[in-house]
Design a protein around this ligand. Structure first.
Ligand code: FES
Length: 665
């Protein structure tokens, strides 16, 4: 006999199904069946996270006839929500209000799922589920009663247990300190932010729908903060500023020596970076119109020295061999301990460091690019003053760092500057006349196009940025102005006024206007040293792995994201491989921090991956020096560049020891 008081329900897309008593809500049925249907308000009709759509029709597969009438009619709670907050999408109901009165097939749209997926480039390998470390729970707490004395915190815990089935949650003193005022301000209705089902990190009066997090990428030169909605994963604001530690030293090592030479110096550096981070939180919160106390979780990626200084750990040991880290695993600290003025119980999660030279920024890159999930052997280079290099695939990863120096960032280059409006970023040199043309940041016009002079006059041509230097030197090599060894062909000075004798050497005049911009022999040399370090590091990892050409190369970081991949290969920054497999990866360290912010499982994943990465110390590798010397040549002294040769015309290789024409050096 059919039991008319029980009804069947099937949820899509999960396919989960069950049978329930008449009058059970769709939300209750979903919970019992383990269907991923969201709720913040606990079924009170105020959050609308539980939206579902009844699918009508005959479903032979499930032997169900589903109709909208098989759910109880639209009710006053739903109407109150719509009157206050605007209409739901057509066909939608609040799952906590619609109750079973017949058989139903119910669709859970993506925005009603707790574990949503963000579409992003990692989707090539696998998408990221949004599953943050915190959850919001709206509760109604019993008021104090003289006849049944108990503390406010006990009654709050009882409410969380009864209404959300949460066990004994704890709370730190900063959270407890605000509890009584918050409960009374919310008239005993509050939204509680619970971390990992165990600890209360914030309590807000009334119903609060969203919480936020900040992902930091702390670089030696710049610090970037991305404020994210922890529910949608969306970046609501991004702010950046120069790392104020620059006043203690341009590069990392000079900051470590500052610490070594000035007792207590590490405290000054820590205070500077924490202050900057807190001011970025303020700026990002203001940009997004979000109150600071609604920020409940923070993640941090940064090189080992920045990672240590931000956490307040002395980086002295990282200044010299054997480069011992204080801490390498992912680490959680209270935000208040790190000087961040956000939710009272919020935590900061710092990504793990791979090695003394390969930091939490490289771990962020690994998480974002996920080479450890791929079949292809992937080479990833994060190029800054130190190149952090990862190589491998799902069968194993290796990592090293290589001292490229600041040349790629425009430092140590006579006309170099950071990427900013007015900086030359693209260069072409006519193979016959050796005349250059270029583009500057801020204008789409080439310098030989009409209108460029006006654009340049307003922008001002100020110097050459890292990607411009790469192109200028690659074009000089491809035009024969400099040889494979990087030396000027001085004979060309007779052919073109662009090649000028300077002292005992030569220079190439890139811009005749004001300022006059020249590329000197010393500039070429600085780029040779930087690119040789990068290439030798990559080669070392490839050889350790016993592999051939990489099947995929990703250049990440501010510089790596902007350089032209063909020119990068023409100069020999990276080994020869199919050019179509070389890509600019963007700010992967920051993206990795964002993934760790949005997905709790990603933290365990990267911690485990980092432990398995084989760390190579270039300084003690016997082959490194020989590889470095061979990599000084353009593109390389002995390695063939067959793939590259199919894409561009390379100058003929000179015999190893040919007579030199009028070279001065
Ligand atoms: S659970 Fe909040 S509106 Fe349904």
């Amino acid at each position: 006999m059919i039991d008319l008081t029980r009804h069947r329900i099937v949820f899509t897309p999960s396919g989960k199904r069950g049978e329930f008593e008449d009058g059970v809500s769709v939300l209750e049925a979903a919970r019992k069946l383990g269907v991923d249907l969201d709720s913040v308000c606990g079924g009170r009709g105020i959050c609308s996270r539980c939206q579902v759509e009844v699918i009508e029709g005959e479903f032979a597969k499930h032997a169900i006839y589903s109709s909208r009438d098989h759910a109880t009619p639209w009710n006053a709670v739903e109407q109150r929500y719509v009157d206050k907050r605007g209409p739901l999408k057509p066909g939608r109901r609040l799952g906590c209000q619609a109750r079973l009165c017949g058989d139903l097939v119910v669709d859970v749209p993506p925005e009603s799922q707790v574990h949503r997926q963000v579409v992003r480039k990692r989707a090539e390998t696998h998408p990221i589920d949004i599953d943050p470390v915190v959850r919001l729970h709206y509760v109604e707490v019993a008021e104090p009663d003289m006849h049944d004395p108990s503390s406010d915190f006990r009654r709050l815990r009882d409410a969380l247990a009864a209404q959300w089935a949460l066990g004994e949650v704890r709370a730190g003193l900063p959270v407890l300190g605000r509890l009584q005022k918050t409960l009374r301000a919310g008239e005993w209705k509050v939204t509680v932010v619970v971390r990992q089902g165990q600890e209360i990190v914030a309590i807000y009066p009334g119903f609060v729908e969203r919480a936020y997090g900040v992902a930091f990428d702390i670089g030696s030169t710049t610090i970037a903060a991305h404020l994210c909605d922890l529910e949608s994963g969306e970046v609501l604001a991004s702010q950046g500023l120069m790392n104020p530690q620059i006043r203690f030293g341009e590069d990392l090592m000079s900051r470590v020596s500052y610490v070594m030479m000035n007792p207590g110096g590490e405290k000054e550096l820590t205070a500077a970076v924490r202050e900057a981070a807190d001011s970025l939180v303020g700026a990002a919160a203001a940009e997004a119109g979000v109150a600071r106390e609604r920020i409940v979780e923070v993640t941090v990626a940064g090189n080992p020295i920045m990672h240590h200084l931000f956490l307040g750990l002395d980086p002295t040991e990282l200044g010299g061999a054997p480069f011992a880290l204080t801490l390498d695993a992912g680490y959680e600290a209270r935000a208040s301990e790190l000087g961040l003025n956000i939710a009272p119980g919020a935590y900061v999660y710092a990504l793990p460091c791979i090695a003394g030279h390969v930091g939490a920024d490289a771990a962020g890159v690994a998480l974002a690019e996920a080479p450890y999930l791929r079949d292809e052997l992937t080479l990833i280079a994060d190029v800054g003053t130190n190149a952090e290099i990862l190589f491998g695939n799902k069968d194993g990863m290796l990592a090293c760092s290589s001292p490229t120096g600041p040349a790629f960032e425009g430092a140590q280059i006579s006309c170099g500057q950071r990427a900013a409006p007015g900086a030359i970023e693209r260069v072409r040199i006519d193979r016959e006349t050796l005349e250059p043309r270029f583009k500057v940041i801020g204008s789409d016009l080439w310098s030989d196009e009409p209108g460029f002079a006006e654009a340049a006059a307003s922008l001002g041509v100020t110097g050459v940025c890292g990607s411009g230097i790469i192109e200028a030197i690659a074009e000089m090599f491809l035009s024969g102005i400099i040889g494979q060894d990087g030396l000027f062909d001085g004979a060309l000075a007779e052919k073109s006024k662009r090649i000028e004798a300077v002292g005992r050497s030569f220079a190439y005049v890139l811009n005749e206007g004001e300022p006059r911009l020249l590329i000197y022999q010393t500039d070429v040399r600085a780029i040779q040293l930087a690119k040789a370090a990068l290439y030798a590091g990559a080669k070392l990892l490839i050889e350790k792995r016993g592999a051939g050409a990489p099947q995929r190369v990703t250049l990440v970081g501010a510089f790596g994201s902007h350089i032209d991949t063909t020119y990068a290969m023409a100069l020999g920054l990276i080994p020869d491989c199919d050019l179509r497999a070389v890509v600019n990866g963007g700010n992967s360290a920051g993206l990795g921090a964002r993934i760790a912010l949005l997905n709790l499982a990603a933290r365990a994943e990267i911690d485990e991956v980092v432990r398995r990465i084989e760390k190579i110390e270039t300084a003690i590798e016997p082959n490194f020096q020989a590889e470095f010397v061979a990599a000084m040549a353009f593109p390389h002294a002995s390695d063939s560049f067959d793939h590259l040769a199919t894409a561009i015309k390379l100058p003929p290789r000179k015999a190893a020891e040919g007579p030199r024409r009028r070279r001065r050096n």
